[in-house]
Design a protein around this ligand. Sequence first.
Ligand code: HEC
Ligand SMILES: [Cu+2]
Length: 329
Amino acid sequence: MLPVLAGCGGSHSILDPAGPAARDVAWLWWGMLIGFGLVFVAVVALWLAAFRRRDAPDHRPDRSVSPDEERRLGLRWILGGGILLPGVSILVLLAFGVPAGQRLLPLPGGETPRVIEVTGHQWWWEVRYPDDRGEVVTANHLVMPAGEPVDFHVTGADVIHAFWVPRLGGKIDMIPGRINRIRLQADSPGVFGAQCAEYCGVQHAHMHLHVEAVPPEAFDDWLAARRDAEPESSDLDDEHAPARDTFTAHCASCHRVAGLGEGDVGPDLSDLGARATLGAGTLAMEEGAVAQWLTEHQRLKPGNRMPDHDHLDPQALEALGAWLETLRP
Ligand code: HEC
Ligand SMILES: [Cu+2]
């Protein structure tokens, strides 16, 4: 029992809601658990009663009830238990479920919260912050303001993924060629786990998103810092110059680091040093982690869409990792 219950706590628990949308979902969950728990107990009780009657030693068909009456009785069970009860249950469920679902939708009119665009890739997350003053792009790490609603516009780049932050609410499919919208709010600052919730290929399980809600002023500061960050330039004569050259030669076709490359096949690396993990939750970010990712990523996350770089000199990879870890907003 304990290993089963262990799934009920922690940063991914829908039973520990941290925002209004998730609270609606949690209430619905408890209502359904209790309601349908009662239905289950009633059905099992009826079933056992039927067995007992049949197996009783003195059981004989009841001759005092006419066949007509028996049919009427049977019909009553069918109408009551088979049509009326499910009908009422579904109506009650809809009465609570539809408004809860409605509140998750950014409907036209009313407030217009900030928009964060999230795209699911095999097997990582691209996060964009549209802004008149210049778009900010990051990956696998979503920063959002706490205490206010945020509209998430989600889509898929290759196959269908699903955006799910259990403690904030959801989930919603990310479908290529379509933009789905969901409105979520974190009541207070915190870190929330998110996970792709639609099987999308071998590394679906390693598609974790680190969601960080910060006070709105801190969010604005973060956004401004990212937007105005000095682009990296390749001609700087410092210890990281060789690493930047390696990046331009071998990585920039797929990755973006502001000023050095605009590849969009893989995650934006402009603020890589600030990530909590690498490989969408595969490897904890600590000193040396990037170099470890560069040499072992196909062992750590087999089949991921980044090719091996065995042909590069281990020292070059080491230097590349050390430089990438310095990139922060
Ligand atoms: C063919 C495209 C391609 C090339 C070339 C490539 N990468 Fe990647 N890279 C990817 C993809 C795709 C991912 C996402 C893998 C995943 O997590 O599933 C990735 C992930 C990463 C990550 C982890 C980022 C994160 O947020 O978790 C780092 C760091 C990285 N690459 C660095 C490099 C470096 C440095 C080079 C050059 C030596 C390089 N990559 C070359 C496609 C590429
Ligand atoms: Cu998935």
